[in-house]
Design a protein around this ligand. Sequence first.
Ligand code: MN
Length: 228
Amino acid sequence: MRYVFDLGEQPSAALAGSEARFPVRRIYCVARNYAEHAREMGYDPDREPPFFFSKPADALVENGCDVPYPPRTNNLHHEVELVIAIGKDGRNIAVEDAESHIYGYAVGNDLTRRDLQSLAKKDGRPWDTAKGFDFSAPMSALHRVDEVGHLRQGRIWLTVNGETRQDGDLAAMIWTVPEVVAELSTLYELKAGDLIFTGTPAGVGPVKPGDAIECGVDGLDVLRHRIV
Ligand code: MN
């Protein structure tokens, strides 16, 4: 196969304790998967279940790398999230089988141009420009399931310049990790290399150039990045 030009490297994620990297195919994201966050955004989680959107794979930012403040926004928000990495293909996956499709876990920040998202909601337009921009997906190294097990509860938190902004627990997810995998697999065939950002707890808010962000989930690497 010969291409008319070179697109550059396959998007990929670091793997904790390994020189090898995890190739990334697609990035799916869950919206409003924590009740308190749904409420802070003005929605009733009892009436409106979580749903999905996506980001491009080349929006990933390696742990420790700077994130340029994106264009066309005055309200960039942080959203700390547990990220699932899929290691085995499947469609219509049963909730009971879902964990067997998971390769590992990471911590991510679903950066959001909140002002563009608010406009999109108001006008009934897609979220792509609010969510899927360049450098919109900082993520830690992936930790393999055989190293950390399956994450069902534990603290999930985010600080900006050392001040705590988000502090929740994975156990508060509306759709659990197996339910997220099962539900998503009814919409798309999941493939090894897919990532799923599983939603953010309450406390989202703005960041600006110069801010230092730290994101954590119990048992995983801390994700650190600066907005520049
Ligand atoms: Mn999110």
